[in-house]
Design a protein around this ligand. Structure first.
Ligand code: ADP
Ligand code: MG
Length: 586
């Protein structure tokens, strides 16, 4: 039985805890939903089971729309972390309960129970009471009970949660065996990546209510698309690098091109690179490195963990600036995590304080267009204050990236054309009477994105996305997808047809919306909703923003003049909304 979710959204107190989740779980597949506590996994699982209604979207089981079908009629089996067995009933009665309710004959019930107890390796335990069983055995009974009525879908919510490590592993193996033997479509929720790796055909990673990525475990580990998945699934060092026409560079060091995967090589820009601890090579001299040279460094700390040695190495020789975040989430420390195998340790024994040459065997560049932030203001104090703006600080923390501060009194003058872009990442300015003009200047100087922040901002619940023409479409979608992974807000693409557009233009308008939605989904893994409006672009956007203060606008432009000439009133509105301007010229 396949499971299909189409833009499923569930809100509590107006906030989406499951946000536009679309997903297809294949017949017989073992799918694991992985994410930190509070990311919406249980809510999504309960929606599939029919225990929670949804506010938006559809749920189908094998092509049958069950969005409004009761839990009992969905044919799913459920196991929870604390799925309390009926205390006063024997194992046999617990398992047979659902069959009794369904009026199955005693002899058939007995046969089915024997079969299930064999399946979960509890033969002969029929007459025990739950109190006479270990926690692991109780969960086995819970699994048998969930399977008794032959559901076609099995849903498990942190079923190993309360068990100790060894029992967990045994139960894990049993569940995998049962799942294979029955070929039952299974969704399991966990916050434990090791568990996800051990069980899943595919893993879906959730954060802030969104399903960020969904793929085979090895693919997700080797080629994550987002920094969240890169750092949640295994350990990762995040580094800032520059993508140039000659390849990836850290500071002035070009990284061995063979080690680097190709990404979009349009304009030169800052990128976020993932360096796994096991892909770092250490050597006593630069010549002895087999892999591409990254920097010199010094061993700071070593932890011996048996099979591998785990250490932190301080980057030196100009590469310090590249370090964004270590696996412990510590940012800007210039420390990277390295793991070495026994043979590597024997070949080059190390102790804290030792100098080393650092090489990288493999680096993975994330497709995210949002690498870091640079705050601009005319006065030092204003720049400092802006860099601590709650919305910006929240974004930077979520993105594990840095906010640099640029004091620049010349935002009202355009530099000589051809001057080298002095910008990295997203430029940030405070909203004010001059902000449209300042955005224009920053864009003309080479910024690709500018974030404009009013002094007081309500946490955005809704993000409006619009591009003025087709040129910045792709970049705007990419930026939106990246931003939305870090904000628990709903995304709406607003398509606007000009006033007096003929009836004939409408289907075309609707097509554009659908194309935008599928492009966002296919290329950027972003789910968004769409709305079609008719009228003047600025008026429509202003009207929609005026509906509530908890909105943010992402606006794609291909021409910087439109900001001052047409959109000025959006920048000067009071109290105003945060706006992210994305600029790509034709
Ligand atoms: P997870 O299983 O990933 O830990 P949940 O789906 O349990 O996450 O919860 C996601 C978010 O929704 C949490 O912030 C939680 O507090 C909130 N939430 C869950 N159920 C309810 C509810 N019945 N009422 C209000 N908020 C809820
Ligand atoms: Mg949960």
């Amino acid at each position: 039985m396949s499971i299909t979710l189409d833009q499923v959204t569930k809100r509590y107190q107006g906030s989406p805890v499951v946000n536009d989740v679309s997903l297809n779980v294949g017949d017989g597949e073992f799918y694991v939903l992985l994410g930190p506590s509070g990311s919406g996994k249980s809510t999504l699982l309960r929606s599939i089971a029919g225990l929670t209604g949804v506010d938006h979207g559809r749920i189908s089981l094998h092509g049958r729309d069950v969005t409004h079908v009761s839990a009992r009629d969905r044919g799913v089996g459920l196991v929870f972390q604390n799925y309390a067995l009926f205390r006063h009933m024997s194992v046999a009665d617990n398992i047979e309960f659902a069959l009794r309710v369904r009026r199955m004959k005693a002899a058939d019930r007995r046969e089915r129970r024997k079969e299930l107890l064999r399946l979960v390796a509890l033969e002969g335990m029929d007459d025990r009471l739950p109190t006479q069983l270990s926690g692991g055995q109780q969960q086995r009974v819970a699994v048998a009970r969930a399977l008794a009525h032959k559901p076609e879908v099995l849903l498990l919510d942190e079923p190993f949660g309360a068990l100790d490590a060894k029992i967990r592993e045994e139960l894990r193996r049993t569940i995998r065996q049962v799942q294979r033997e029955l070929g039952i479509t299974t969704v399991l929720v966990t916050h434990d990546q090791e568990e996800a790796f051990a069980l899943a055909d595919r893993i879906g990673v959730m954060n802030l209510g969104r399903l960020l990525e969904s793929d085979k475990p090895d693919e997700l580990y080797a080629r994550p698309a987002t920094r969240f998945v890169a750092t949640f699934l295994g350990a990762a060092n995040l580094l800032l690098a520059r993508q140039t026409s000659e390849g990836i560079r850290f500071g002035t060091t070009p990284v061995n091109a063979r080690a680097v995967e190709r990404v979009d090589t349009g304009r030169e820009h800052e990128v976020v690179a993932v360096l796994r601890p096991e892909e770092v090579e250490l050597a006593p001299t630069r010549e002895q490195l087999q892999a591409g040279y990254l920097a010199q460094g010094q061993v700071e700390e070593i932890v011996f963990t048996g099979a591998i040695e785990r250490m932190r190495v301080r980057l030196q020789s100009g590469a310090e600036e590249a370090q964004l975040a270590g696996p412990a989430g510590d940012s800007g420390t210039a420390l990277i995590e390295v793991t070495r195998t026994q043979p590597e340790q024997r070949a080059f024994p190390l102790a804290p304080g030792h100098p080393v040459f650092i090489g990288v065997r493999r680096i993975h560049v994330l497709p995210t267009p949002l690498s870091s932030f640079s705050v601009f203001a005319a006065e030092e104090a204003d720049a400092k204050k802006l860099s601590q703006h709650p919305l910006l600080a929240g974004l930077a923390a979520g993105m594990k990236t840095r906010v640099s501060v640029r004091v620049d009194a010349t935002l009202d003058t355009v530099r000589a054309p051809g001057s080298k872009p002095d910008l990295a990442g997203v430029a940030v300015i405070a909203a004010g009477p001059e902000s449209a003009r300042q955005v224009q200047v920053l864009l003309q100087r080479g910024a690709g994105e500018v974030l404009v922040l009013p002094e007081t901002v309500v946490a955005p619940q809704r993000i409006l996305i619009h591009w003025v023409d087709e040129t910045p479409r792709r970049a705007t979608l990419a930026v939106s997808a990246s931003l939305l992974r870090h904000v628990p807000a709903e995304a709406v693409y607003v398509g606007i047809l000009p006033e007096g557009a003929s009836e004939a233009a409408r289907p075309q308008g609707v097509r554009t919306l659908l194309d935008a939605r599928s492009e966002a989904q296919a290329v950027h893994g972003l789910e968004m909703r769409t709305e079609l409006r008719v009228g003047d672009v600025v008026e429509q956007l202003a009207g929609q923003l005026a509906e509530s203060p908890d909105q943010l606008l992402i606006l794609g432009v291909s021409n910087t003049e439109v900001l001052t000439e047409r959109f000025n009133r959006l920048f000067t509105a009071s109290p105003g909304w945060p706006m992210l301007i994305v600029y790509r010229s034709a």
